[in-house]
Design a protein around this ligand. Structure first.
Ligand code: AMP
Length: 504
């Protein structure tokens, strides 16, 4: 038994249907993909990978990179994908922390990264099918296909490092059962079937592109068009061949900026999903007006897989992340005491279920403080339930601003600012202040060629927000800093503007 292999990869063996489609039209059948992954698994075993060993990979997005995920599952290994943008220093930390048996890198970076490999065996894999691992997995060459290693639902399948906005990046230990239960819940909820073709433009080192997108396609026997990265024009060109897309909010704002986004261009699509960062209600409304599609927003995190989703059939509420997934319990509590709060009250979002990870790699104390005694995981997100049970995410606990002893939820302020004329979007942060402790500061991006006057922005909030929530300063920026998953980097903004009120 190897639950992930049996449910996700085994059904591909012998399948003549396309599983992966390149943007240029080349196709890889399920059978070819499975055979490639199985031979890679053999190569990993030859390189010393035993069940439970870590396989780290810092490779470009490609069909072979996905086959390597399959190979790790077949070898019974713990897959550790790493963002290609990580620097050598960052990689050194992950390798030292995780102690992988094998480290797979792009051939062009092999020389630079070899000194960091330590006791890990270095293999190479390029996006164009080159590299030592690709050679070992070539038809007729090297090791025979390996039989899948025996694994159980509680065995680790992946180690995903969190983006580490506070303190050291932590390795989230995800079990086979975590990944499979979530894929099953989402596939059912979103109506995926073998007839679906998923437009895949997300990175595959993150839970969204690797697990949410890929595992659903694998589980339901559908196909994926594998784009190396998101590009609005290219996505629009490919949409007539696709039925669904999963994206971060930035995909949708970029599509809206493209004149080619029309009802006709999206007529073949049945579903657009958004997650990993908040989707503005205006983006939802604008996309619906242009295409007729209501983007389905869901919420989750590396440690928990997906937690809530708007419904496929029924009301997809803009500005909310929907209802708890089947089998997943979600509650909102007083962050300090853990006591459950009434519906409508903002507090800490906590989650329990088969989706929730097994803890942080070699950090028992961090793990212990992240869970309540009754097994609920403390997400660090602040939210509230509406009267119909839809969850609204109000922000991260660390983004909460306490100004003059009063709590200010940045999202509430951002929503009001975003409605002002001439404003495209905003990010509200807390900055040290000699009198208030923290002062509310709004970083605001103008819409198009609008010229924003900070004083006018503040004046525009008069009567719309309580005085203590109004920004003490407005900073006009050309863009908000975002990471590759579309998350606004508030820590960077706080750092850039920490001296605004003379305190450091
Ligand atoms: P990551 O572990 O990188 O997937 O980041 C997880 C975090 O992203 C969550 O804890 C939330 O703060 C945020 N997030 C994910 N999806 C959403 C969403 N739909 N709306 C608001 N925040 C989200």
């Amino acid at each position: 038994m190897n639950p992930l292999h049996d449910a996700l990869f085994a059904p591909l063996a012998g399948s003549a249907r396309p599983f992966l489609i390149h943007p240029d039209g080349r196709q890889i059948t399920g059978a070819a993909f499975h055979a490639r992954a199985a031979r890679m698994a053999g190569a990993l075993a030859d390189a010393g990978v035993r069940p439970g060993a870590r396989v780290a990979a810092q490779v470009a997005k490609s069909a072979d990179a996905l086959a390597l995920y399959g190979a790790a599952v077949m070898a019974g290994a713990v897959f550790l994908p790493l963002n290609p943008a990580y620097t050598a220093d960052e990689i050194a930390y992950f390798l030292a922390d995780a102690g992988p048996a094998v480290f797979v890198v792009d051939p062009v970076r092999a020389d630079a990264l070899a000194p960091l490999a330590g006791s890990a065996r270095l293999l190479t894999l390029g996006a164009g099918g080159e590299g030592s691992l690709a050679r070992l997995a070539g038809a007729g060459a090297g090791p025979a296909a390996a039989a899948p290693a025996a694994r159980g639902a509680d065995d680790l399948a992946a180690l995903l490092y969190t983006s580490g906005t506070t303190g050291r990046s932590k390795g989230a230990m995800l079990t086979q059962g975590n990944l499979l239960s979530n894929a099953e819940a989402l596939a059912g909820l979103w109506g995926f079937s073998a007839g679906d073709v998923l437009l895949h433009a997300l990175p595959i080192f993150h839970t969204h592109g690797l697990f949410v997108a890929t595992n659903i396609a694998l589980l339901t026997g559908g196909a994926m068009i594998l784009m190396p990265a998101f590009d609005a024009a290219e996505a629009l060109r490919l949409m007539p061949q696709a039925t669904a897309m999963m994206g971060v909010p930035t995909f949708y704002t970029r599509l809206l900026d493209h004149p080619g986004l029309t009802r006709e261009a999206t007529a073949h699509m049945r579903l657009f999903v958004s997650g990993s960062a908040p989707l503005l209600a205006e983006t939802h409304a604008a996309f619906r007006a242009r295409t007729g599609h209501a983007i389905l927003e869901r919420y989750g995190m590396t440690e928990t897989n997906m937690i809530t989703s708007n419904p496929l059939d029924g009301d997809r509420r803009a500005g909310t992340v929907g209802l708890p997934l089947p089998g997943v319990e979600v509650r909102v509590t007083d962050a300090a005491t853990g006591a459950p709060l009434d519906q409508g009250t903002t507090g800490m979002v906590e989650v329990r279920g088969p989706n929730v990870f097994a803890g942080y790699w070699q950090m028992p104390a961090k793990t212990a403080e992240s869970f309540r005694a009754d097994g609920f995981f403390i997400t660090g997100d602040l939210g509230r339930f509406d009267a119909d049970g839809y969850l609204e995410i109000v922000g991260r606990e660390k983004d909460l601003i306490i100004s003059g002893g009063l709590n200010v939820y940045p999202k509430e302020v951002e929503e009001v600012i975003d409605r002002l004329p001439g404003v495209r979007e905003s990010a509200v942060i807390g900055v040290p202040h000699p009198d208030y402790g923290e002062a509310v500061v709004a970083c605001v991006v103008p819409a198009g060629s609008a010229v924003l006057d900070p004083a006018a922005v503040i004046a525009g909030l008069e009567g719309r927000l309580a005085r203590f929530k109004q920004p003490k300063a407005v900073v006009v920026l050309a863009d908000l800093p975002r990471n590759s998953m579309g998350k606004v980097q508030k820590a960077g903004l706080r750092h850039d503007h920490r001296g605004l009120f003379g305190t450091r």
